[in-house]
Design a protein around this ligand. Structure first.
Ligand SMILES: Cc1cc2nc3c(=O)[nH]c(=O)nc-3n(C[C@H](O)[C@H](O)[C@H](O)COP(=O)(O)O)c2cc1C
Length: 184
């Protein structure tokens, strides 16, 4: 069967699910001065049509301002059990509690644990340390809560386990994925 990166990623998720860290990846953006900006985030799943990767984030965080200026990013995701890396590049959209994408935003909020939700009621991330007032809880997502969705355009998949190692680069061209095996 032909290689398809999405199947490979679903396989990796299944094979690594015993590893508590398998849902963490790094997400890089570009800041206003052209510097790369990279941070760890939690993979929250795929969009309903399986086309986009989802992350929960804070509207007040630096990455959101960076994405307003350059709506591109790259995920770097290493699966320790199966020893493979996915670098997934694509355009990024943010969805809040109003406008298109608000239903998906609310549905992500509803799926999150109370501990994860609490952070969105904290003072602004990255601002000088502030005393925290008693935290207001809500079943509705606060305006600080955003669903971040990355729509892949290029995927570089490196597998260290086979001997020799295997590397596949997939690119989306006119709506169709083309995969090319390359030297690792
Ligand atoms: C294990 C781990 C998981 C994290 N998950 C998220 C996440 O899902 N969403 C998020 O916005 N930040 C998450 N963070 C915090 C980010 O790494 C980062 O510190 C924060 O988003 C601010 O980044 P920024 O200033 O570049 O926007 C996580 C950090 C760690 C260490």
């Amino acid at each position: 069967m032909d290689y398809y990166w999405r199947d490979a990623l679903h396989d990796a998720l299944r094979r690594n699910r015993g590893d508590a860290h398998h849902r963490y990846f790094q997400l890089a953006t570009v800041d206003e001065a052209g510097w790369p900006a990279n941070r760890t985030v939690v993979f929250r799943g795929f969009s309903d049509d399986d086309q986009r990767l989802q992350v929960a984030t804070d509207a007040r965080s630096a990455k959101v301002a960076q994405l307003a200026a350059a709506s591109r990013g790259e995920i770097c995701w290493y699966f320790t059990r199966s020893r493979e890396q996915f670098r997934i590049r694509g355009s990024i959209e943010l969805h809040g509690t109003a406008g298109p994408g608000s239903a998906a935003c609310s549905s992500l909020w509803n799926s999150m644990s109370e501990a994860a939700r609490t952070q969105f009621f904290w003072p602004a991330p990255g601002a000088p340390l502030a005393e925290t007032e008693a935290i207001a809880e809500s079943n509705l997502p606060p305006s600080s809560f955003l669903l971040l969705e990355l729509a892949p355009e290029r995927v570089d998949h490196l597998q260290l386990r086979p001997d020799p190692q295997r590397r596949q680069v997939s690119a989306l061209q006119q709506g169709t994925w083309h995969a090319q095996a390359v030297n690792p």
